[in-house]
Every structure is written in C-alpha cells, then in structure tokens.
Design a binder for this molecule. Structure first.
Ligand SMILES: [Fe+2]
Length: 136
C-alpha cells in the first residue's frame, strides 16, 4: 500500500484548475519520493525521483511566473525570489547527492513538505484574486 506523506486537503485549493492540478502533481511526486525513501530503495532511484521533482517544480514555477508577467502582478518579485531560493536549495542538494555527501532523510522530506504547504497556503494565495480577475 502506498504510504501517504502529504494528503491533499481541500483548503489547499486555489480554485484555479491549472494551478491546483499542478500542486496535486507536486504532492504526488513528494509522496512517491517518500515512498521510495521509506522503502529503502537504491540511491539511483532516489536521485531519479528527486530529479523528477526538481524538473516538475521548475515547470510549475515557470507557469506561475508566466502569468505574473502577463497580468503584471505587483508582488511578482518577492514571489519569484521564493521560487529561486527553493530551486537553488534543491540544486545544491542534488549536487551533494551526486557526490555521495547526502541522501534523502526525514529532515529533507519534512523541509519539502513544509515548504510546499506553506507556499501553497501563503504566497500562492496572494495571486488568486488577480488570476481569477484575468479569467483563469
Ligand atoms: Fe508559487
């Protein structure tokens, strides 16, 4: 049975279908990373899932940032800065993992979960009214 690390909660919904679908997919990838981690899978497999998470996260941030530009979102700079810090942290982790210095830990999993949930529940909520106003 799949081990659920993050359960989707209705309160995470932004009401913007495209964004909610992407957030759900991110949570799905984090759940599969968690599953691979607790199942003590190989480092190669863990690297693959981390890579999948990194790629999908960057894709998702890109979608949000495209709308920020299109809609002239006033809080774009600080939001993009949060994205960039996260991407940089994940990149550093991947490099360290590549060199065999670190692997997936509960601490990392907790960091990823907290970051994502806090970002969805906090920073992301601020663009909802604008995105809806623009027809999303
Ligand atoms: Fe965001």
């Amino acid at each position: 049975m799949a081990r659920v690390f993050i359960l989707w909660n209705e309160k995470y919904n932004t009401g913007i279908q495209e964004i909610d679908d992407q957030h759900k997919k991110l949570i799905k990838i984090l759940n599969s990373l968690y599953e691979s981690f607790v199942d003590r899978t190989t480092n190669e497999k863990l690297k693959e899932v981390v890579q999948e998470m990194a790629k999908y996260t960057e894709y998702h941030f890109g979608v949000e940032e495209k709308y920020f530009k299109e809609f002239n979102y006033s809080a774009a700079d600080e939001h993009i800065a949060e994205h960039q810090t996260f991407v940089q942290n994940v990149k550093t982790f991947q490099e360290d993992m590549e060199q065999g210095k670190v692997s997936v830990t509960f601490q990392l999993m907790n960091f990823l979960r907290s970051w994502l949930i806090e970002h969805i529940n906090g920073t992301d909520r601020r663009y909802i009214s604008l995105f809806k106003e623009k027809g999303l």
